[in-house]
Write a new protein. Sequence first.
Length: 268
Amino acid sequence: MTDLPPSEHLHDRIRTDIAHNARVWNYWLGGKDNYPVDREVGDRVTAFHPSIGAVARADRAFLGRAVTHLAREAGVRQFLDIGTGLPTADNTHEVAQRVAPDSRIVYVDNDPIVLTHARALLTGTAEGATEYVDADAHAPERILEAAARTLDFSRPVAVLMLGILNFVLDTDEARSIVRTLMDAVPSGSHLVLTHPTYDADLGGEANVAAMEFWNAHATPPITARSRAEFASFLDGLDLLDPGIVSCARWRAPEAAEVAQFGAVGRKP
Ligand SMILES: C[S@@+](CC[C@H](N)C(=O)[O-])C[C@H]1O[C@@H](n2cnc3c(N)ncnc32)[C@H](O)[C@@H]1O
């Protein structure tokens, strides 16, 4: 495992007095890797946005469909999953290696609790590879440097950023992060994105009060984005069908919509 600090230092980084996104997300997904403060904030946010649990489940289901498509139909064998979250059912390496056991996956997150559980993400096949990098999305060059120990950047890579650009509050910076990552990968690579929105046509009004509460009581601070802002992250890429939709509806047209965009773009 890359960059694993001594456990005493790691435990110094874990704060149990304030809710952390990775742990609250785990709570909404029905996981056990969270503290009372996470459950309390998770419940308060749910009161403002009753379908937030459905958003988290739809996001994970989208990950499953997108990664399956990329491994099976697009022949992608390398995945860079930034903002991984705590291990749960059907992590990226499990989905990809079920289709193609030789798939290579690099996970990246900056939350110490994800790092403490990272071993559960490193259980891949002998033919493939899984690696975990403790790094911040605000430093994409450092992510690329660490990922290059496991991934071959002369061959296509799927860059996954699910529910993480919403923690990069400045839209220009978020665009620049995406551009740095996608500039480093060759033609045939893909960008897989999900992102919450305030857009009313997806029921996003509920995010206004929910995110205001989150930003007063939890970390890291979050923002929502419009369809046009979300689309700008995919500029220069060919959007796979069905384009930009609620992540719940991406190749699942009958599903109930949630206020979270999902899309997959291919680098021409
Ligand atoms: C909403 S969760 C999404 C988890 C997973 N991608 C999914 O879709 O189920 C967002 C994750 O991004 C991580 N994260 C937030 N800001 C980050 C940053 N600046 N750098 C790296 N990871 C970050 C959090 O720790 C959390 O695990």
